[in-house]
Design a protein around this ligand. Structure first.
Ligand SMILES: [Zn+2]
Ligand SMILES: [Zn+2]
Length: 210
């Protein structure tokens, strides 16, 4: 039988790292396996992640898909089908983006937006609130990197949302857009803004002369 990972062309993290999944509900997997990065000590510095000026490449999308695949395998026994489907959709999107080298997806969130993500203290998070990406309850499983929220008010472990934002300028849950440094995105935004002003000016003029 083809596994979920065969279907999606992914390396099966369960097979590869089976021993890490055998200790029950203590679940945070070792993300360093998926996210090799030199800059983890310097929390604010995410700029060295993509040295090439052309931005993220296929491997970056694939690596994040593998990380989400590990979350999915891990929580399968817990039977939260809605969350599994949510992860499936993100993984499918990431694999599509990996195939197209990110050309058809949204651009990365801006570096300054990622740098300035707020730190949310644990006491400000509801008891039953879980990170939308890994589905871990914040109180039960305090992440070392801390908790943050997007302007749409969705909460995430920073470890979980930053890799997503480095590839997409939106919330993975509600798809609300956040700023990007991508010149095409900035131009599109500005054009839309100008069109809106022009339409409003037109309405004012109609009102004045009617
Ligand atoms: Zn998380
Ligand atoms: Zn959201």
């Amino acid at each position: 039988m083809a596994s979920y990972f065969d279907d999606h062309g992914l390396e099966d993290p369960y097979k590869a790292r089976k021993s890490n999944y055998n200790n029950g509900r203590s679940l945070n997997p070792d993300l360093s396996h998926f996210m090799p990065r030199e800059d983890t000590e310097d929390e604010g510095n995410f700029s060295s992640r993509f040295p090439s000026a052309s931005g993220p490449g296929s491997n970056d999308f694939r690596r994040l898909a593998e990380m989400l695949g590990a979350f999915r395998v891990r929580e399968e026994p817990l039977g939260d089908e809605a969350h599994q489907e949510f992860l499936d959709n993100l993984i499918t999107q990431l694999m599509d983006e990996a195939g197209a080298s990110g050309k058809h997806g949204p651009p990365p969130a801006s570096k300054s937006f990622i740098r300035d993500l707020p730190f949310v203290p644990l006491k400000d998070v509801k008891r039953d609130e879980a990170c939308i990406i890994c589905n871990e309850n914040f109180q039960e499983n305090e992440s070392k990197a801390g908790i943050t929220k997007l302007p749409c008010k969705h909460f995430f472990d920073r470890d979980c949302i930053v890799p997503w934002l480095e590839l997409h300028n939106n919330c993975p849950a509600c798809r609300a857009e956040v700023p990007s440094d991508d010149p095409d995105w900035i131009k599109k935004k500005r054009d839309a803004e100008l069109a809106k002003y022009a339409a409003e000016a037109e309405i004012d003029k109609d009102w004045m002369y009617s």
